[in-house]
Design a protein around this ligand. Sequence first.
Ligand code: UFG
Length: 340
Amino acid sequence: MKILVTGGLGFIGSHTVVELQQKNYEVVIIDNLSNSSIDVLSGIEKITGKTPEFHNFDLCEREKVNQFFKNHQDLSGIIHFAASKAVGESVENPLLYYENNINTLVYLLKAQTQFQQANFIFSSSCTVYGEADKLPITEDAPVKQAESPYGNTKQIGEEIIRDTAKTYSHFKAIALRYFNPIGAHESAEIGELPIGTPQNLVPYITQTAAGIRNELSIFGDDYPTVDGTCIRDYIHVVDLAKAHVVALERQLQDSCKTNFEVFNLGTGKGSSVKEVVQTFERVTNQELPHKIVSRREGDVVAAYADTQKAKNELGWATKLTLDDALASAWKWQLKLRQTH
Ligand code: UFG
C-alpha cells in the first residue's frame, strides 16, 4: 500500500517513514527541504534498506499539488507533517505561518477529496490546550485561545479538517496532538536537525554538552511546580512515529468511530526542566553547564497527557523512557559531530 508522507524528511516525518517502511508500506515523500536535509533520505535507506519515492516541492504551489495527485491516484493514506513550527518565528512573521500551514492543508485536502482518497492524518499539538485547567490533559479539555500564530494554525487546521469530514463521508481524518517529541532513532542514522540556535530544550542540551553552546538557560525556576521549573511530557520520537502507523491502520481497517478523531500522544508522565537536565547528566555521565534565567513568554506551567483514550482506542502506549530518549538524542549529537 502506498502512503504519502508530507514533510517526510523532517524530524517526526523521517522516523515515521522508517516505521512505515519497516511494516512494508510503500512511502512517497513530498518535502521542500525548508527545514530538513536531503541527507535524511540516505539515513532512512541505511535503516530500512529501502529508498522512498521523493518529490522536492513546496505544497504552497497548488498546481504541483494537483499534478502530484493526478499522477498518484493509488494512495491509501496521507500523513501530513509538512509545516513550519517555530513559535517565535510565527510571532514575527504570522502570514508566512498562515500561508505555509493553512494554504498547504487546504490544497492537500482539496486534491484529496477531489480524487476520492480517504485517509488523512494530521500533525497537531498539545499547544491547542494552552494552560489546561486539569492535569493530565484529556482530549475533551477545551481548546484555549492560541498563544502564537503557530499554535493558531494547529487549531484552525483541526477545524478545517473537522468541517471537511462533516461534508465528505468518504473522508476519514485523525488529528494527533503531540506532547514534546524528543530523541532519535537508536541507529543514530536519523534525528533532529535544528537550523541555527535550537529553540527546544533537548537539542539545546545536547548542543551544550557537545560544546556548541556554552550553557543551557533554564527559563524560570519560580513556577508553582515541585522544583519551580516547567513540567512537560517528553515522548520518544520512535514511540510517536509508531503511533502514526497505528492510527493509519485504524483507518485502513475501517475501525474509526467517527470520521474525525483526535488523540493525545504522550507518555502520561510530566518531567520538570531540572529533571530533564539531571536525567541527561546521569544517562550520559557528564555535567551540563546551566543557569537559571527569567521566564520565557508564552510558556505554560505544566502539560502532560492523559493517555487512556490512545490506549483504549488505538491500543497504543509509549514503550521507551526519558532515559532512552535522552541517550538516543546524545548518540545522535555525537554522530553529527563526526559527520558535520
Ligand atoms: N526550556 C528551557 N531552556 C531552553 C529551551 C526550553 O528552559 O533553552 C524549557 C521551556 O521553558 C519549557 C521546556 O523547556 O519549560 C520545554 O520547552 P520546548 O521549547 O522544548 O517545548 P515547548 O513545551 O515550549 O513546546 C511545545 C511544542 C511546540 C508548541 C509549544 C507551545 O513542542 O510545538 O509547546 O508552547 F508550539
